[in-house]
Write a protein that binds this ligand. Structure first.
Ligand code: PMP
Length: 365
């Protein structure tokens, strides 16, 4: 086989191990494993599935879905207060990233990311032969807009902004977005995957800026990570361009129906978001009480914590032995000795806190 040259030394996206692998490795019951690493909701969408169940027999799964996903776009248009022509639906936000790389990246062109940030931006860009330029965030994790502007040249195709940012949990300022929109002509992609926890969006700037593309997902606040539904919002001319590279049938009829049901049950979604935010604040308080733990502020459903005592690899491993999976981000620049922790239900968060207390106290001094 002759592979693409790009595959040589290519660094794929890295996950924590699967629930089954961890259970096997440490001799644990897979049903007892707690995942604090995926930034998903702790609430199973039973309510949405029950409604789906009533509709299931009428779903025409023998046929392909309607290729423009119009019904879901209509529901999204209402949710966003925008027009259907300004929305395109994707198989999760990750497929949106793939489409963007196919639309914008020629070999050797550049993409700027405000780092540390979501690793898939790098993966999709490098897969197309593009070059990632990492612009390090400021010590408070805000975007270094000055340095981003300086780094833009005629080879720059996209600037990725993650609002709020994964894994640092802080938002992007309006000043940053506006300055980049005004001073550059490349695509400004704002990933709003965690929008529902934060509440502030840049969607309405699409009226003025054709180069602004907003990404959203049903994987987080909507409890539908397993259904794989995301979408992009942009000026209609830009959406027409993005659709050139969008595959017509990557979503299932079942996922489309579920996402629509979720939008028809927004009160349930909002209630869950409220619960997670309340839990987040309690978890912050609990973690702050542990000697040796620094918790960063968060406007999302996850927390970035830094250990001022002990080694993150040791702590991460000790948690794994108890069936508690957290995201070890300690090898990334600026995130030395850090873990990313998803906010889950009270009783689950308490298990995490108790174990962290024990592990850190066993370290002594
Ligand atoms: N963007 C960010 C910032 C994310 O954190 C994630 C998931 N962890 C995604 C995109 C991918 O989301 P999806 O499940 O919709 O592909």
């Amino acid at each position: 086989m002759r592979l693409r040259g790009i595959l040589e030394g290519f660094k794929p996206y890295e996950w924590e191990s699967s629930t089954l692998d961890i259970a096997k490795k440490f001799g644990l019951d897979p049903d007892k494993i707690l995942r604090f690493d995926t930034n998903t909701m702790p609430f199973h969408p039973e309510r949405l599935l029950k409604i789906l169940n009533q509709k299931l027999l009428n779903l025409r799964v023998n046929e392909y879905p309607e290729p423009s996903y119009l019904e879901l776009r209509e529901a999204l248009a209402e949710y966003l207060g925008r027009s259907v022509d300004e929305i395109t639906v994707t198989a999760g936000c990750d497929e949106a990233l793939d489409i963007l790389s196919k639309v914008f990246i020629d070999p050797k062109t550049k993409v700027l990311v405000s780092t540390p940030t979501y690793a898939m931006y790098r993966v999709v860009v490098e897969a197309m032969g593009g070059k990632i330029v990492n612009i390090q965030r400021k010590p408070d994790f805000s975007d270094d807009v000055e340095k981003i502007v300086e780094a833009v040249d005629d080879k720059t195709r996209i600037i990725f902004l993650c609002n709020p940012n994964n894994p640092t949990a802080n938002p992007t300022s309006e000043e940053t977005v506006l300055r980049l929109l005004k001073e550059t002509d490349c695509a400004i992609v704002v990933d709003e995957s965690y929008f529902e926890f934060y509440g502030k969006s840049f969607v309405n700037l699409i009226d003025k800026y054709e180069n602004l593309i907003i990404l959203r997902t049903f994987s987080k606040a909507f409890s539908l990570a397993g259904a794989r539904v995301g979408y992009m919002v942009a000026n209609r001319k830009t959406i027409d361009i993005l659709n050139i590279m969008r595959p017509p049938n990557s979503l299932t009829v079942i996922s489309l129906a579920l996402a629509k049901i979720a939008l028809e049950n927004l009160e349930w979604v909002k209630e869950n978001v409220k619960k997670v935010i309340e839990e987040r604040e309690k978890l912050i308080e609990d973690l702050k009480k542990i000697d040796g733990v620094h918790v960063y502020p968060s406007v999302t459903n996850f927390l970035l914590v830094r250990f001022v005592k002990g080694d993150v690899n040791h702590i991460h491993r000790k948690l794994l032995e108890k069936g508690i999976i957290t995201r070890n981000v300690g090898s990334h620049p600026m995130l030395e000795n850090c873990l990313r922790i998803t906010v889950r239900k009270r009783e689950e968060n308490m298990v995490l806190v108790e174990n962290l207390e024990r592990i850190l106290s066993e370290l002594g001094g």
